[in-house]
Ligand binder design. Structure first.
Ligand code: 13P
Ligand code: SF4
Length: 300
């Protein structure tokens, strides 16, 4: 038996489900029971009947699965898979900002750790951030941690958004200059970008979408060529699912090192040895769960 067959066998014996983010390595995407963006993966984690969730992504995603399904065993095959943007906000600093703006509600991007979610009124993902901002019952919003997503949301509302100063180092590297050059090279291509990109890149885009938003858009579009402004893992999936269409990185290829840590052997040992379990204090699960469930209830 090869390692993929071993994983499938173990998965069945242990009643495990494999959830995979769109940026994971091709061989990990290929063993997914569900492949998606943060929102899709959260919904899937909340409704699965499996006993074990194997989360191939980064820690904040696995934590989200644990918060939404606390009775399940949630495994993160590489325990060091983090997200530098999520590290940019601490509960101590957030509490100070909340004290300065007692009339503001806190909207936290799902790319935060559980303790920050617990300090928030509602969460959002790249797929529903604008909808969440519009629906939140407050005219003042503290938005953590992504300043670019905050700026993107600000362009859709008159509410005052107080942005945290965080960003994603992968999307930050996508420069306006290289995107302009890519557009010159492929003038007939549609430019799809992630809202974690800089405002100067977002201004050039034909569509601003979450990773699964890009998958759905490209599938339905009658255009043949696309420039993709996000992490390279998505381009593998776009090409695989749309063999007649062409996809190019909008500039040089950008890689999230944390998303690429998980290998097949890590998934195998994760299921075999039930490692590495995500564990969170009950009180954090309760408060963070409120913010996540508010997002899942209020948005589509
Ligand atoms: P999506 O929810 O759009 O997949 O984005 C997750 C992420 O980490 C982007 O950098
Ligand atoms: Fe975090 Fe950026 Fe990697 Fe997404 S791509 S996990 S935001 S570092």
């Amino acid at each position: 038996m090869n390692i993929v067959e071993e994983i499938i066998k173990l998965k069945k014996e242990n009643n495990a489900v494999i959830l995979v983010h769109n940026y994971q390595r091709p061989e990990i995407q290929n063993i997914a029971d569900f492949l998606g963006d943060s929102l899709g993966l959260s919904r899937e984690a909340a409704k699965t009947d499996a006993k074990i969730i194997v989360f191939c992504g980064v820690r904040f995603m696995a934590e989200t699965a644990k918060i939404l399904s606390p009775e399940k065993v949630v495994l993160l095959p590489r325990k060091e898979a983090g997200c530098p943007m999520a590290d940019m906000v601490s509960t101590e600093d957030l509490r100070i900002l909340k004290e300065r703006h007692p009339d503001a509600k806190v909207v936290s991007y799902v790319n935060t750790y559980a303790d920050v979610k617990a300090e928030s009124d509602i969460c959002c993902t790249s797929a529903n951030a604008v909808e969440v901002i519009k629906k939140v019952k407050a005219n003042k919003i503290i938005f953590t941690p992504d300043k670019n997503l905050a700026a993107y949301c600000q362009s859709f509302t008159h509410k005052e958004i107080i942005p945290w100063n965080g960003y994603c180092y992968v999307h930050e590297k996508i420069s306006e200059k290289e995107v302009r050059l890519a557009k010159k090279k492929f003038p007939d291509a549609l430019l799809l970008v992630h809202p974690e990109c800089n405002p100067s890149v977002i201004d050039l885009a034909d569509e601003v979408l979450s990773t699964s938003g890009m998958i759905n858009f490209a599938k339905k579009s009658d255009k043949k060529r696309f420039l993709i402004g996000t992490e390279e893992g998505l381009i593998y999936r776009l090409k695989k699912e749309n063999p007649g269409k062409e996809f190019y990185a909008a500039g040089t290829v950008k890689t999230c090192q944390n998303m690429k840590l998980t290998a097949l052997k890590d998934v195998y040992f994760a299921i075999k040895e039930e490692r590495y379990q995500v564990e969170l204090p009950e009180e954090i699960i309760k408060r963070a769960g409120k913010a996540l469930k508010a997002m899942l209830t209020y948005t589509h």
